[in-house]
Design a protein around this ligand. Structure first.
Ligand code: DC
Length: 219
């Protein structure tokens, strides 16, 4: 019997770090679905595919070879784990995420990747749309200010100057896009365990989720 834990939530709530750590703690694999949307956008930029040409982008999503290997994402065999996170790739990702056909292709890929495995999967639509029968669903959130503050810290740590108001306003725009997507919009599944990470360390969040998991799997 395999198990799926989904973690959805807005940008900056700490999903990736928490999902990775929870997966390590439980001995599960980790699936970063945002990385897949980013990879399709990156492939389009590299191949000169018009991001607004929905049919062309859908065909591209169909043709690329995406694979995860020891936490790295391979696009047609090349490790693109860093390349998918540049500001240019991040801005282009919206077109992949808004494209219903791209979403169908990636959802199929996500379900295949989960087959026969214990996984912690992270994204926007994992508990609502992709894995509605997941054994545990988590909706991880945090206040807009806290999320923007963390993002500024990350940027500063990477040596990039960050203006809090600009980061907050870009984040509001992303929240709006995530929430208003006609297919796969960000929302908490009715049966999700909702956790605000405001004022909690990563360790505390992982502890709470691991405790929830133990309680649920014991019943
Ligand atoms: O989590 P992230 O920042 O790497 O996600 C990149 C983009 O992909 C983000 O704008 C939302 C979108 N996304 C999505 O629509 N559905 C998912 N399951 C995961 C991410």
């Amino acid at each position: 019997m395999t198990a799926i834990i989904t973690i959805d939530g807005p940008a900056g709530a700490g999903k990736s770090t928490v999902a990775r750590r929870l997966a390590d703690r439980l001995g599960f694999e980790f699936l970063d679905t945002g990385a897949m949307y980013r990879a399709v956008a990156l492939a389009a930029l590299r191949r000169g595919v018009d991001l607004r040409d929905q049919a062309a982008l859908a065909r591209l999503a169909h043709s690329v070879d995406l694979r995860f290997d020891q936490g790295r994402l391979l696009l047609d065999g090349e490790d693109v784990s860093e390349a998918i996170r540049t500001p240019e790739a991040t801005a282009a990702t919206k077109h992949a995420a808004d494209n219903a056909e791209v979403r169908r292709t990636l959802i199929r890929f996500q379900r295949e990747a989960a087959q026969g495995r214990n996984i912690v999967t992270e994204g926007r639509d994992q508990g609502t749309l992709v894995f509605p029968d997941a054994q545990m669903k988590v909706f991880l959130t945090a206040s807009a200010e806290e999320r923007a503050r963390r993002r500024c810290e990350q940027l500063l740590a990477a040596g990039v100057a960050a203006d809090f108001d600009q980061v907050l306003s870009a984040q509001r725009q992303r929240d709006l896009e995530d929430q208003s997507r006609p297919f796969g919009a960000l929302t908490a599944a009715p049966d999700a365990f909702v956790l605000s990470t405001d004022g909690l360390s990563v360790d505390q969040v992982v502890d709470r989720l691991a405790t929830q998991w133990r309680q649920r799997s014991a019943t």
